[in-house]
Write a protein that binds this ligand. Structure first.
Ligand code: HEM
Length: 358
């Protein structure tokens, strides 16, 4: 244990002597009994390279003594030595460290250069070319490779391009080909001229070519459309429009022309024949077995009163159907319904004949 303590003290002393702190070196430099003051620079030079020529201790101590704080404080600016900047100094023009003199600086540089030669320049080694087929445990790195085939280049110069390895350009068309290329290509006829489609003739719903400007796509003529006829509608008096008739012939109105208490009549043909609209009597019309009093509707009939009276005092079913079978007469004449058309009784016709004789 004691030996360890002694060795630690010896090591500390040796360290202080080898690397004395700045305050200690200054004090040591002022000691008169020390012939040689060890400076940091000389020490470092000695440590770096013992074979390098060392600076004389006396000169170093003289320089150090001349630059001690006390001596520096007593000196004037003219007394200070002029220190040129070193040629290799990166801070050219900047004041250098005042702890060195030109002699010590030059010697230090020489000793440093001798002690530590400049490191060798790094050599650039090309990365190994990774083969595609090799099985590497790591991810293969991409590497630049020379193209196997020449890459075509385009230039605007008039010089003809270099021959390429790719497909040669197509040959220039001959004058004959040029003249035929200008024509519009023709497609084969469809259907073929000798096909069964053409043998059957044009489609039945297509007009023959030339008759229809739309290319034969016009719809075929149909027989269900209403034939074009000149309109026979008349100008109705004011207040006699279809809407006016709808308003006055509502479900609660009674336009039969008989007593309201009268039930629906059984109208025989002889009875119907007497209701012609003349002699002060209403005009009755039989339509599909029902007898209507059409006198109230006459001035509302779009075809006019005379046209309507063509079916008065008779069965007008066929006539009505010939003119306008689409008209909903049952709804329009519901308030005008008198009764049902029935056949003549057996003795009724003879009685009526006797009445005529009277
Ligand atoms: C049976 C005797 C009748 C004859 C001869 C007759 C005749 C006509 C005629 C010629 C027209 C004009 C058609 C046109 O050119 O547009 C017409 C229109 C009309 N008739 Fe009659 N008519 C008769 C009975 C009736 C009856 C009983 C009603 C109804 C209750 C009626 C209701 C109409 C209507 C609503 C129109 C207008 C049709 C439309 O706008 O398309 N007709 N009629």
């Amino acid at each position: 244990m004691g030996l360890l303590g002694i060795s630690f003290i010896v090591a500390s002393v040796v360290y202080v002597l080898v690397r004395p702190p700045s305050w200690l070196s200054q004090r040591i430099s002022r000691w008169p009994f020390l012939p040689v003051a060890i400076t940091d620079v000389s020490k470092e030079a000695a440590i770096v390279d013992s074979t390098a020529p060392s600076i004389p201790a006396s000169a170093s101590s003289a320089v150090q003594a001349s630059l001690s704080p006390d001596s520096v404080s007593n000196m004037r600016s003219s007394d200070l030595p002029v220190i040129p900047p070193p040629p290799w100094s990166p801070t050219n023009g900047q004041p250098s460290t005042p702890a060195t003199t030109p002699q010590t600086d030059a010697s230090k540089s020489a000793s440093d250069t001798a002690a530590m030669p400049p490191p060798p320049l790094p050599t650039i080694i090309d990365p190994p070319v990774v083969e595609r087929d090799c099985e590497s445990p790591t991810t293969p790195k991409a590497s630049a490779s020379k193209p196997l085939q020449a890459v075509t280049s385009f230039s605007l110069s008039a010089d003809p391009p270099a021959p390429s390895l790719f497909m040669p350009p197509p040959p220039k068309p001959s004058p004959q080909q040029t003249s035929s290329a200008g024509r519009v290509p023709t497609l084969p006829m469809f259907p073929a001229a000798n096909s069964a489609q053409r043998a059957r003739g044009p489609a039945p719903n297509r007009a023959p070519p030339g008759l229809s400007p739309g290319g034969g796509l016009a719809p075929p003529p149909t027989h269900s459309s209403k034939p074009q006829k000149p309109s026979r509608k008349v100008t109705l008096d004011p207040g006699h429009s279809p809407l006016d008739w709808a308003r006055i012939s509502g479900p609660n109105s009674d336009l039969r022309g008989v007593e309201p208490s009268t039930p629906y009549l059984r109208v025989t043909p002889s009875m119907l024949k007497k209701q012609s609209g003349r002699r002060g009597k209403d005009a009755w019309m039989a339509l599909n077995g029902k007898v209507y009093n059409v006198t109230p509707y006459a001035k509302f009939h779009p075809g006019g009163v005379p046209e309507l009276m063509r079916g008065a005092a008779r069965d007008g079913t066929r006539l009505f159907g010939e003119v306008h079978p689409w008209v909903n007469y049952e709804t329009m004449l519901s308030s005008c319904l008198v009764g049902l058309l029935v056949e003549e009784p057996e003795g009724g016709s003879q009685a009526s004949k006797m009445d005529e004789m009277d």
